[in-house]
Ligand binder design. Structure first.
Ligand code: SF4
Length: 535
């Protein structure tokens, strides 16, 4: 089985390649100072979220918010700010069709309120009808962070207790540890045969010092993202994560494509053309076919003449030259729209099955088939169907949604290593209360100034607490805090007291539920004592 698909001829660029061109995926802040990185194992701060749209192609969540059924408050409040190709998931949820949500947790410390965002996102998708998966990324924790197995075991249990306490339905959903999931590891092995070390170098900065198991943990994560489709077949799948995980998402999306048996493209003649060339040839075809009788055909030579005179945009200059050359060479061959199935992987029986399955006029070539009576969407569906029927995965590229990182209670970034900057879901409620009471605010130097100028809610970690967690589904409360703050009616002392009390009761309630689940953990099909040696 060889990949004879001319990717380069298609003019497409892999998403991970895009990442590779921006090594090491660093976003420069306006002042030209490196403030923000997109690094899955590095700092979790993003200086300017807009740059993620411009430089990394993350799409704005706001543009699709109106299509999302019962959007979660994190979506409504802009905490979930971006996505990659989330529309197929939205469509599936809206139409009661199969969809999945999956996210993983590296058990490197206690779960905290930043992790709660992801817990909530998975649970919300489950409540909207998606199959939900939560995994403990223990192989990654061991290989990338060097955490020992005893520590991993302890934290793994704690993460799952919080997830369950927040409402994850373990009977409907699936929980697993990477190290215990044989199917996942088999898939990782298969994906690894389609991943290259050069990619890891350019995407993650891996070098000769990088351990082999760290590399293996990357393909395991790729397998995680595709795992829901391994269980029940292809379906739109969303991975809710922080934007620092975007390099993983891009690589998983690329690998999903590389695993496909067939690549489907549009075509107009027997020769190959990339996407830009096809676009121009399509314009020539549309223009010329308007002026001919129904029994006549547009010829490649005529299309070449038309295109040579066509005023293409500057970015199409090279594509125009190449398209004119190809059309001229094809001479009298008719220009006829079609879809083309390239056979990339899979045994010959997949190719034979595809030939049989195509209705209407078709032409079979060495390694590809042209179909003249199928539209592109139907062709893609057929390609997936045949692939699954003949033993393939038929993966749909995973989608992702991205949430903002919470600001630390002490200002700056929220860090697990600075206890005062974050609230652990295991903090006793009084400690949670005290941490909020001691938090930095966006308040003015004096109460008088606050009354006169209003507070700076947009730069206030306490306001974030209301919006991200404390107000829960109550948009009215978030609005009230904001308006009263910026209008000078709310002073920080009272505001923090209210937030601290809400935090205290949230922690009380959460920990009660954790305790209830602790009693029932045996009922879950998951092993918390790793059989691995304590290395
Ligand atoms: Fe922050 Fe509340 Fe003070 Fe406004 S009043 S700055 S929201 S603590």
């Amino acid at each position: 089985m060889t990949d004879d698909t001319p990717d380069e001829a298609d003019g497409t660029t892999s998403e991970a390649d895009t990442a590779a061109r921006d090594p090491p995926a660093t976003v420069l802040a306006d002042g030209g100072v490196e403030e923000t990185t997109i690094d899955p194992w590095g700092s979790s701060t993003i200086a300017d979220y807009r740059k993620l749209f411009e430089e990394f192609g993350i799409e704005e969540f706001e543009a699709i918010l109106g299509d999302v059924p019962n959007p979660h408050y994190l979506m409504r409040r802009g905490v979930i700010f971006g996505h990659r190709d989330y529309s197929p998931v939205v469509e599936a949820l809206a139409n009661d069709e199969p969809a999945a949500a999956l996210s993983g947790f590296m058990p490197t410390g206690d779960p905290h309120i930043g992790h709660k965002l992801v817990f909530d996102e998975i649970i919300w998708h489950q409540q909207q009808g998606a199959d939900a998966y939560a995994l403990i990324a223990d192989l990654e924790a061991h290989s990338a962070r060097g955490i020992d197995w005893a520590t991993i075991d302890e934290h793994a249990e704690s993460y799952l207790l919080s997830l369950l306490a927040l409402g994850f339905d373990a009977e409907e959903g699936e929980l697993y540890r990477q190290s215990d999931n044989r199917e996942l590891q088999d898939l990782a092995f298969e994906l690894g045969s389609n991943a290259r070390f050069a990619e890891f170098e350019s995407i993650y900065g891996f070098d000769s010092e990088t351990s082999v198991s760290h590399m293996q943990s990357v393909v395991t994560q790729m397998a995680d993202m595709l795992y829901p489709q391994l269980v029940d077949g292809p379906k739109p799948t969303v991975i809710p994560v922080g934007p620092d995980q975007d390099p993983h998402v891009r690589l998983a999306r690329d690998l999903a494509v590389r695993m496909r048996y067939f690549k489907v493209t549009k075509a107009y003649a027997s020769f190959e053309a990339d996407a830009a060339q096809r676009e121009l040839i399509g314009r020539a075809y549309d223009a010329l076919s308007e002026d001919i009788d129904s029994d006549e055909m547009v010829r490649c030579a005529a299309a070449a003449d038309w295109l040579a005179e066509y005023d293409a945009a500057p970015e199409f200059t090279d594509a125009k030259t190449a398209a004119v050359d190809k059309l001229s060479e094809a001479g009298k061959e008719p220009v006829r729209p079609r879809v083309r199935f390239f056979h990339r992987h899979g045994a010959d029986d997949a190719f034979e099955a595809m030939i049989d399955a195509i209705d209407g006029e078709k032409r079979v070539y060495e390694g590809h088939i042209d179909a003249f009576d199928l539209d592109f969407e139907a062709a893609e569906e057929l390609a997936r169907e045949i692939e699954v029927d003949t033993g393939g995965y038929g993966f749909i590229q995973p989608s992702s949604i991205y949430h903002r990182f919470m600001t630390g209670l002490t200002g700056g970034k929220m860090s697990s290593s600075i206890p005062a900057s974050h609230i652990s879901l295991l903090d006793d409620p009084e400690t949670g209360y005290d941490k909020v009471k001691s938090a930095t605010t966006g308040g003015r130097e004096t109460a008088d100034k606050q009354r006169e100028l209003g507070g700076e809610a947009d730069d206030c970690p306490v306001y974030e607490l209301y919006a991200y967690l404390l107000a829960n589904d109550d948009d009215g409360l978030v609005e009230e805090v904001y308006e009263e703050c910026v209008g000078g009616e709310r002073l920080c002392g009272d505001c923090k007291e209210q937030a601290a009390e809400l935090m205290e009761s949230f922690l009380e309630d959460h920990q009660e539920k954790r305790a209830e689940w602790e009693e029932k953990l045996d009922e879950l099909d998951i092993e918390f004592d790793s059989s691995r040696k304590r290395s």
